[in-house]
Design a protein around this ligand. Structure first.
Ligand code: SAM
Length: 359
């Protein structure tokens, strides 16, 4: 096999070029990429029978998404991801965005057909993110509006690179209640708990002292920013969560032996959930006539599963959103695209991005 893109790919893997865009069939070009050289793949292949992409006549048969049978589509995509497994680093990740399709009135479950086939091929599925697009399309009168797509997170191995801290949602500013600034995310001040401890007939003197001391220590941690919130449960005042049975629940045990327990939320923030509320760009960008990835959607995959200086690959690059965002976050990007038209748009967007990053 002739390696057409060896030099360009080397410029990327040697850290010389910030991005490389290649025109052609990703199934073939993937064979030119060295083993275990890619940190993270973020991609949105054409959905089955959904859109007509503008490619040269002779490339039509290479376009993914035009297969007659769902099984053929699943097989083709799975074989492309099989190739991706070779080029992905052992601790790398794949984020695959797919939408579904009604065929003869029947919802096909295409995203899950692909996900299950990929699992059968050895991929480990870590998340099925529901991309809630906020505005549904009303295409039939006898069923509900479609509003979501899937973003699957796959890995090659049980241990993989994941920087959860880079995507944590920082706690909201503490609210003001009745004109007073509170010290916790939900307005808990500790006053109610102090009263409950002092008035409790279910605590002995030592337990009461310990509870007051623990409450003061927690409030101190809130003031110095170590914690953002807490809940205190005092024997006899509230129901325990989970189970009252001390042999079942650790918290029930603590309540029995100490007379109280405290649950805390740390200031580090929390990981985003598997439902992402993001309005697609083509619903608000006048120049976007195609299924463009919103930057917001790319942020979590790129930040959490690739290192600065790593390489992000999009084998169905379209207008290059994944590569642009990779560059903006200090990662290199490799894009493959069959259509000249989209490749040109991607090239322009990347030139602009590079200019902006140099300023
Ligand atoms: C859903 S679009 C991707 C849009 C992209 N996420 C963006 O932000 O613009 C899918 C793209 O895959 C391309 N494509 C389809 N079959 C391909 C193939 N075999 N190799 C490379 N690209 C292909 C299509 O031309 C289309 O641009």
């Amino acid at each position: 096999m002739a390696f057409l893109y060896k030099k360009q790919i080397e410029a990327l893997t040697h850290g010389i070029a910030p991005f490389v865009l290649l025109r052609g069939n990703c199934s073939e070009i993937l064979d030119e990429i060295p083993n275990e050289s890619i940190d993270c793949v973020v991609t949105s292949p054409p959905y089955w029978k959904m859109r007509a992409y503008h490619v040269k006549e002779e490339y039509l048969d290479l376009l993914i998404g035009r297969e007659k049978e769902p099984g053929e589509y699943v097989e083709k995509l799975t074989s492309i991801f099989h190739k991706i497994k070779r080029v992905l680093k052992n601790d790398g990740s794949v984020w695959l965005n797919l939408g579904d399709k009604y065929h003869n009135k029947n919802l096909m479950g295409m995203p899950w057909r692909v996900a299950l086939a990929m699992q059968d091929d050895g991929w480990i599925l870590r998340n099925d993110v529901i991309w809630n697009q906020r505005k549904g399309t009303q295409s039939a009168k006898d069923r509900l509006r479609d509003m979501y797509e899937h973003v699957f997170h796959f890995v090659k191995n049980r241990k993989y690179y994941y920087d959860g801290d880079s995507i944590r949602i920082k706690p909201i500013k503490f609210p003001t209640i009745n004109g007073k600034q509170t010290i916790s995310a939900t307005g808990v001040s500790g006053k109610k708990y102090r009263k409950q401890i002092l008035e409790s007939e279910n605590l002995n003197d030592r337990e009461r002292d310990d509870a007051l001391k623990a409450l003061d220590e927690t409030l101190e941690k809130m003031r110095n920013g170590e914690l953002v919130d807490f809940r205190m449960t005092i024997r006899g005042t509230q129901r325990t969560y989970h189970s009252d049975n001390a042999s079942v629940s650790g918290r029930a045990k603590e309540l029995k032996t100490k007379g109280f327990f405290i649950l805390t939320s740390k200031a580090k923030g929390f990981l985003p959930s598997d439902i992402w509320d993001i309005v697609p760009e083509d619903q608000w960008r006048k120049d976007a006539h195609y299924a463009v990835f919103p930057t917001e959607l790319l942020k979590i995959p790129i930040l959490a599963t690739s290192k600065i200086g790593g390489i992000v690959l999009d084998p169905f690059m379209g207008t290059g959103s994944a590569i642009v965002t990779a560059n903006e976050f200090g990662r290199a990007g490799l894009g493959i695209e069959l259509s000249d038209q989209y490749l040109e748009i991607a090239q322009e967007r990347l030139n602009e991005t590079q200019l902006a990053l140099q300023i």
